[in-house]
Design a binder for this molecule. Structure first.
Ligand code: RIB
Ligand code: CA
Length: 320
């Protein structure tokens, strides 16, 4: 099970696939990944329905890549709806296009031909064993479909690092975090896939609130990226989400790959509630091993947030 890892202990650049539902925090995560090409090779960015419908999340991926000056990374459109439950989006949080507050131009190009699930399978089949890290920033629908469509890809996955779940209160319901709530069946499939998994749950990501001071210092750099990130992260948010500032949920996934020393956690057994009702999407994290079941996830529970933001903004300052 993956513990903290020296980024130099893996081949550089590390191959990653980003599966995402932009979303302001997804945008920061993608921009961070595109700003560290010496450390991460983004094989593809696959869009999934989540914060907003998949047509919009796909367009948003292209818009974010355009801002970073990357017009070549493959961008694939993924699943239209969750596996079984109806689509549940979150425009009330991220705005009608998912990137409210940001100054993004219209997408410069169409998505890359081929569905996201087929692209994930194809990239993994072409990789060596343990060759690709899957970074999941949204509902796990595409990842679950890929695993079910082509279980032969499993040995190719080095690990699945995902933002999702919660040890304490949820954000979309009292019990559940949005990504897992939005497709609990997909989360159950991925949690049971047997590959190393690293969980960035709300209990940790809510420690990574982008302070207005940190954002202001970055905004002062005056780049287009800085202006857009400032606009997204300083816009007012609806109440009742567990934080006043914008939590950097998804950037924690990419930051883990770059700076695992900033995080703490332990290997645990984790399972997810898939039944309808008030507990749908609840992740039960057996932090003290009471169930005596094998650990399937490295659950991250602490982050050095000030250092995290120093490093993230230092990297983003290199973008246009
Ligand atoms: O619950 C937070 C997660 O849901 C983040 O990934 C956010 O972008 C949304 O997808
Ligand atoms: Ca997301």
């Amino acid at each position: 099970m993956p513990g903290p890892r020296d980024p130099m202990s893996v081949p550089n650049p590390r191959s990653i696939i980003i599966d995402t539902d932009p979303g302001q925090d997804d945008a920061v995560a993608i921009l961070l990944a595109l700003s560290v090409r010496e450390a991460l090779r983004v094989e593809a960015i696959t869009a999934v329905a989540g914060n907003v419908p998949v047509a919009q999340t796909t367009a948003n991926v292209v818009r974010i890549c355009d801002l970073a000056g990357d017009t070549t990374v493959p961008v694939h459109r993924g699943a239209e709806t969750p596996l079984l439950v109806p689509l549940h989006t979150a425009e009330f949080v991220c705005g009608p296009d998912g990137l409210a507050g940001g100054d993004f131009a219209a997408p410069s190009r169409e998505p890359t031909p081929g569905n996201a699930v087929e692209a994930i399978v194809s990239i993994l089949r072409a990789a060596p064993d343990g060759g690709v890290t899957v970074c999941a920033l949204g509902p796990l629908t595409n990842i679950a479909l890929a695993i079910r469509l082509a279980p032969d890809i499993l040995p190719k996955i080095a690990s699945i690092v995902f933002m999702g779940g919660a040890m304490n209160l949820g954000n979309i319901t009292p019990a559940a975090e949005f990504n897992v709530f939005a497709d609990p069946h997909a989360a159950a499939i991925v949690l049971g896939c047997g590959r190393p998994m690293v969980m960035m749950g709300l209990h940790m990501t809510l420690q990574a609130i982008a302070t207005h001071e940190a954002i202001a210092a970055f905004a002062a750099t005056g780049t287009a990226t800085a202006r857009t990130i400032n606009g997204m992260l300083t816009r007012p948010r609806p109440g009742g989400l567990g934080s006043v500032g914008h939590p950097m949920h998804d950037p924690c996934v990419i930051a883990w790959l770059l700076w695992p020393d900033l995080f703490g956690g332990r290997d645990c057994h984790v399972q997810v509630e898939t039944s309808e009702g008030p507990l749908r999407g609840r992740t039960t994290i057996d932090w003290h091993g009471r169930l005596r079941l094998p650990a399937n996830v490295h659950v991250v529970d602490t982050v050095d947030a000030p250092t995290l933001f120093d490093r993230i903004f230092a990297r983003l300052a290199a973008l246009p």
